[in-house]
Write a protein that binds this ligand. Structure first.
Ligand SMILES: [Zn+2]
Length: 237
């Protein structure tokens, strides 16, 4: 095999790695973004459930306050009952007390209802908070793994680019340009094996004469269908 072809094979090997790592680095923000979104959903769910609970607790306190204000009023009214002179005044007094007592009972019913809600909301809140904690640690792990992979990729990429520019120095201009042209056009795969008379890039069944030339490897041959540079790889079967 001529040296240029050997070097182009090496170049293809490096470029495949470079493209894979570049894609990984480029995709990292989108990957992290995806984690952010699902984590945000979990955060919002948690906030909503905790807000439901807070609201119910606040409502319970308001009801209790209102009930105790009314009970206080009843007490004061009763304390003054000995001052009442006329029957008419007494009837009015009784009516007022009864009305307040009725209101207190209604509020107490409301308190029971809200307490049931609180019990329900507390269960939900506990479950959601637990789920949130799990999500949070999964999120932290996933994000730091993605970022670690990115920074390691950047280091590896630097190293590969150095190797690549060193290798490029040794490849004659014409085959190199041809390689680059195919690489850009063929989406990252410019040098492929010819195996069992098939181009491994497009699986064209190659004309026998071309296959024979590729086997010799004395010049740069390209596939007549996909245009990729071919090298011979013995068929293990
Ligand atoms: Zn082909």
């Amino acid at each position: 095999m001529i040296e240029a072809l050997i070097l182009l094979k090496e170049m293809q090997f490096l470029d495949s790695k470079i493209i894979r790592i570049k894609t990984l680095i480029e995709n990292t923000p989108a990957v992290v973004n995806g984690y952010d979104r699902s984590f945000k959903d979990s955060q919002e769910e948690r906030q909503k459930k905790n807000a439901d609970l807070d609201k119910a607790l606040r409502q319970k306190r308001e009801f209790e306050l209102s009930a105790s204000e009314k009970s206080e009023k009843i007490k004061k009214l009763r304390a003054k009952s000995s001052d009442i002179k006329t029957n008419k005044e007494y009837q009015l007094h009784l009516k007022e007390v009864e009305q307040l007592e009725k209101e207190v009972r209604l509020i107490e019913d409301d308190i029971l209802i809200v307490m049931e809600q609180i019990e329900e909301f507390e269960k939900t809140s506990t479950a959601v908070n637990k789920k949130f904690e799990i999500e949070q640690s999964k999120y932290n792990e996933a994000v730091s793994a993605a970022k670690k992979e990115q920074s390691e990729g950047e280091k590896e990429l630097d190293e590969l680019l150095k190797q690549r520019s060193e290798l490029a120095k040794h490849i004659p201009k014409e085959p190199y340009n041809k390689y680059m042209h195919i690489l850009e056009r063929k989406n990252a795969l410019a040098v492929v094996a010819a195996k069992a008379e098939l181009c491994q890039g497009c699986f064209l069944n190659m004309p026998p004469q071309l296959y024979a030339e590729v086997m010799k490897g004395e010049k740069i041959n390209t596939c007549p269908q996909c245009g990729r540079i071919l090298y011979y790889e013995p068929d293990p079967h």
